[in-house]
Design a protein around this ligand. Structure first.
Ligand SMILES: N[C@@H](CCC(=O)N[C@@H](CS)C(=O)NCC(=O)O)C(=O)O
Length: 233
């Protein structure tokens, strides 16, 4: 699903592409076959083989990791709309990790029970087994408990409130983090939002809550960027 980040990036830049889907257990072999160096590490220090990866035939290069792909595309195709305007690459490089640290711990326990049901069986099995082996507990134990759900959902609202406060610094009702200019930060936020919509379901109470929160900021952001999500999940 993280291919959403890449899809939005490519569509925003107006670059043409073809998508190949790879199931989770096949990613490692794909990296090795193509001599791609893994960017991330698991908690035990071993390589973490992730998607998306792009292959650019005009430079004959494979690039892994969405932020690095976005940076590569901005440098390689400078005539396309930039995701790092006003020389903001260095600052924006810290936005993704800051957003992850703010949002993910509060929401992960809601997503965990639903993720596997959205994956093909072979990837669902791999996802379940790898998460269990890292956590050392059954997959089901990674989800928030039913009785604590309301209290935990308040924490998700608070986490989004922190991100809303960052957005407000660019001036009240502007849709983007840089005000009226789209940048990488908005790609990251919007891609997460679209993933939450997909995992929770468009008609769910949770998704409807998010769309109402912070005077509709997240709804407006998606309305502005929706046209760049060419494939609707
Ligand atoms: N930093 C990476 C993370 C990507 C990521 O976690 N991708 C998921 C797919 S949506 C993945 O490849 N997971 C591999 C696994 O769970 O083993 C990026 O943004 O490109």
């Amino acid at each position: 699903m993280l291919t959403l980040f890449l899809r939005l990036t490519l569509n925003f830049k107006g670059l043409s592409y073809r998508t190949e889907f790879i199931e989770l257990p096949d990613i490692e072999a794909f990296y090795k076959k193509n001599g791609i160096a893994p960017v991330e590490k698991k908690v035990d220090g071993s390589p973490f083989y992730t998607l998306p990866v792009i292959y650019d035939p005009s430079t004959d290069k494979f690039i892994a990791d969405t932020p690095l792909i976005a940076e590569y595309l901005d440098k390689t195709y400078p005539d396309t709309p930039s995701l790092f305007p006003y020389n903001s690459l260095a600052l924006q490089a810290s936005f993704g990790p800051a957003l992850n640290a703010t949002i993910i711990p509060s929401i992960i326990g809601f997503l965990v029970p639903l993720v596997c049901s959205r994956l093909n069986p072979v990837s669902a099995k791999f996802f379940r087994e790898t998460r269990e082996s890292v956590a050392g507990v059954p997959y089901e134990a990674l989800a928030f408990k039913e009785e604590e759900a309301d209290e935990k959902w308040v924490k998700v609202h608070e986490a989004f409130g922190k991100v809303d406060a960052w957005y407000q610094k660019s001036g009240g009702q502007h849709p983007f983090l840089l005000g009226d200019t789209v940048s990488w930060a908005d790609v990251v936020v919007a891609s997460y939002l679209r993933q939450f919509k997909y995992v929770f379901g468009e008609d769910s109470q949770k998704w409807n809550d998010v769309m109402r929160w912070h005077d509709g900021r997240w709804k407006r952001l998606l309305e502005h960027l929706d046209k760049y999500f060419a494939v609707v999940l």
